[in-house]
Every structure is written in C-alpha cells, then in structure tokens.
Design a protein. Structure first.
Length: 472
C-alpha cells in the first residue's frame, strides 16, 4: 500500500495536468480585429481600427479552423507571421460588398465598420483579406501584420447586454453551432416579449429541415440589451431611434431591408454570448429583414411573416444562400455578364452536363427545366405594383398581409402542382435576374414565402456549414 500510494498520487496529478492542458488548448480567447472599409464602385480601402480580446472563449470548432467551403464575396486568413502556417480562415460577405453594387457607390465614397473574429493568437500574425475578382476568383485585397502582445490590444472590457438566456442548450459551444438571437428595440419592460418571440422562432427553426435533423448540433442563445424606446429606426417614415444594436429599416433605401450599420456596438453586445452566427430580432411589426453571409441576419419579430423572415434571412447569413427570386424591387444594379455565382443555390448553367448540383438533379428532368414562368411573372408583377401602392399610401400592415396571403396561395398552387413540382433541375429566374441564372427547384423558401421550406440544394448547403461549426 505504502509503495502504491505515491504512484497513485502521481498518476492523479498527471491526469489533472493533462486535463488542465487540454482545457487550456481547447479554449483560446476570442480575438477580434475591427477595421474600416471605405471606397466607391471603383476603388476600396481597408484601414485598421483596433484589436480586441472579447470576454468569452472562442466558441468555434477547433478541428475545423480552415474554411474550404468557398462561400462569400470576401475571405480572410490569419497565419503565423514566422512560419506562414494558416491558423484560421473564413469566407464572409459585408455591407460594403453590397453597397458597392448600388447606384450610390457611383456618386460618392462611404465608410463601413467591419470585424474579423478568430481564436486568439499569442505571437505575431499576418491577416490577409481576399476579394472575388470579375471571374469570382479570390485575390488579395489587404494584408497586415500585428503583434497580439502590443499594449493597445484591448482586454477585459465587457459592454453589458443583460443576462444570457439559454434558449436551446445542446452542449459545449466548441462542439456546436452557436446561434445568438439578439433583440433590438425592446425596452426593459419588454424583455418578456423578447423571450416569447425568441422561443417561438427557435421552435420554427427546429421545425424546418435541415435544422430539424441537426437539433443536437445547434445551441441557441438569447440577449436583449434594454432599449430606452420601443422599436427601431424607419427613416422612410421619419422614425429614428438610438436602439442598442442600431438596426434600421430602409437600408440602401429599400423599405423592407433591415440592417445595422453600428458594427462595433453590435459586436460589443454580441460578445456577451458564445456565438458563431447572429440573428437580430427587431421589436417591430412592419415587414422587413436582411441577411449577409457570416455577418448577421435580421427579422421583424412582430410581423405576421416573422417565421418566414427568420428562416429565409438566416439562410443568407449562415450558408451564403442567394435569393432565388428575381421579380421584387432590389437596390442592386444588374450584373452585366453572367459569371458563375459563388452562391451554392444559383447557377449560370454554362454546362448542363456538369454544374454544382448536377448530382442532385431528379432523373429524367430536362435542363433547363420547363415551368409556368409567364403566368408566374404576370401575377407577380401585378402584386409588386399593388405592394408599392400600399407602401406609398402608408396603408396599415394588415393590408400588406392580405396581399401577401393572396400571393402565397397563387405561388403554392402554381409552383407545387404539375410535372415540374418537387423536381430538382435548373429553373431559369434567380439571383434578381429573369434570364441567365437558374435555381434548383420550382419553389424554395429562398424563392417565395410558401410553406415549402428549403429546396434540396439549399438543405445540403446549410448542412455543410453546420458541419463546419459542430463536432459530431
Ligand atoms: Zn433553394
């Protein structure tokens, strides 16, 4: 006994040391580079703002540090400055990247704040940001090196955002995709409403494939920093708020487009949760939302169509899905030629014998795939005109809901009956263009508000990103 005890004690100590070492290795801090992205439609410039160590450990999957999914208009990589070894990389899109395609960018310069987040580094590192060129290949756009031991690296700051709510706890953040639902425009007295909104939409998420099948791989968190006034800005109605997250309607002068341009406020509040992706819920009832790949998505929580907005916009944000619709008013200028888009769910179909979802095409389906497009376009144009009139007359949201219900009934019937229904093929009309871009199925939540969920190609594209953040 006396001879064995020291060995046992030593054994325990070894186990404890190994545990401590593996814990330390499993949980680096979360580091963030804030920068400014400026320019116009012809030139752009990146400039460093600050480097921050966020209060919580890195929530990403340590076994999937390098991103090979080829999503996003931009891509960043952080490498050891001495050895050149890549430590972390991710594709992303940005507000700047959308803005530079609007008419405004042809007439003026603007600046947007952006951030890069990655597991903390302890020695000099080089960050490279790449951007897609005219043929959608990534080329270097900005490179800089920084020393994480520099005294100006901000540490130990936490901007309060209220108590963290575990809406769906599947396990350790490093092993799960962590979705943060961040409330904006909720007063302290409306905290209960936020919780109800967030729980209701979390249920919608897990009722939707492929999230339903991946429930055990996804955590959902809630934060709601109290607003001094209820609601968010809506400039087209002369309504302005300094809401905590800064969400606003009328982004790029599109009345239904909700974004926040207050990136640093958004990041500092979100840093109170372990998060990989964020959906901003706005305490508003006017129809609206938005979603940018690897930045955030937004949805108006009190609108009748909140379940659709929440899921559709999350598809943009999480998986870089393109809009499959092409008839609604958008702020972007048409692409002059048809380069193959990087988004997984739209194609220019340059070669019908080999394109990105060829393996999912329903056997015996013609490419391109015939569908009743003339009828669809005629009534959709009519509904768009009535929609513009309702907004111009400032009619109540209930009138818009009646119109959208009518559209839903017509879409559901036309797109989900007949020989084209349910097939995977290549349906012309997608990505804001009536001609030259194709979508995978006649109907999908990225195309209409119908209750059809995601098409097979979108489901696969989402599952690939869930895999990137969850270990299973
Ligand atoms: Zn789809």
């Amino acid at each position: 006994m006396t001879r064995r005890s020291p060995r046992l004690a030593l054994g325990l100590a070894t186990v404890l040391i190994v545990c401590a070492a593996s814990l330390a290795a499993a949980a680096p801090q979360t580091m963030r580079v804030d920068f400014y992205h400026s320019g116009n439609d012809k030139e752009e410039r990146f400039s460093l703002d600050r480097v921050v160590v966020e209060p919580l450990p890195w929530p990403g999957n340590p076994t999937r540090s390098v991103d090979a999914t080829n999503r996003g208009k931009y891509f960043f990589e952080i490498a050891d400055a001495t050895t050149g070894r890549v430590l972390y990389s991710r594709g992303f899109s940005s507000i700047y990247g959308e803005w530079e395609t609007t008419a405004e960018a042809q007439t003026m310069n603007r600046t947007f704040s952006e951030s890069l987040r990655f597991p903390s580094v302890d020695r000099r590192a080089t960050i490279t940001v790449r951007k897609r060129n005219a043929t959608n290949q990534f080329v270097d756009a900005w490179t800089f090196s920084f020393d994480p031991t520099n005294k100006f690296v901000e540490k130990g700051v936490r901007v309060p955002a209220g108590a963290l709510i575990a809406l769906h706890d599947a396990g350790t953040p490093e092993e799960k995709l962590d979705l943060l639902i961040l409330g904006d425009g909720y007063t302290a007295a409306e905290r209960g409403k936020f919780e109800r909104d967030a729980r209701r939409l979390t249920q919608v998420l897990f009722a939707t494939s492929p999230f339903r099948e991946r429930e055990r791989d996804i955590n959902v968190w809630g934060l709601v920093p109290p607003a001094t006034q209820s609601g968010i800005s809506r400039p087209s109605q002369g309504l302005f708020r300094r809401s905590p997250v800064g969400a606003t309607y009328d982004a790029f002068d599109s009345e239904r487009y909700i974004l926040t341009f207050e990136n640093k406020a958004f990041r500092d509040l979100a840093a109170n949760a372990p998060y990989d992706v964020v959906e901003i819920l706005t305490n508003t009832d006017t129809y609206g939302g938005g979603g940018i790949f690897n930045l955030f998505s937004t949805a108006a929580a009190s609108n009748l169509w909140a379940p659709y907005l929440f899921i559709h916009e999350f598809g943009h944000h999480l998986a870089g899905l393109a809009d499959e619709y092409y008839t609604s008013d958008v702020a972007y200028l048409p692409a002059t030629d048809r380069v193959e888009p990087w988004e997984p769910n739209v194609t220019a179909l340059k070669d019908p014998s080999a394109f990105k979802w060829k393996d999912l095409v329903t056997p015996g389906t013609a490419l391109p795939t015939p569908w009743p497009r003339t009828e669809f376009e005629e009534y959709t144009r009519e509904i768009q005109a009535r929609r513009r009139t309702l907004r111009a007359q400032n009619r109540p949201e209930a009138d818009m809901n009646v119109l959208f219900r009518e559209e839903l009934a017509r879409d559901t019937t036309l797109l989900n009956t007949g020989s084209h229904a349910g097939r995977v093929g290549a349906f012309e009309g997608a990505n804001y263009e009536a001609r030259g871009y194709y979508r995978p199925q006649a109907d999908c939540i990225m195309f209409t508000r119908d209750e059809v969920g995601f098409c097979a190609v979108c489901r696969r594209a989402i599952a690939e990103i869930v895999d990137l953040y969850s270990a299973h």
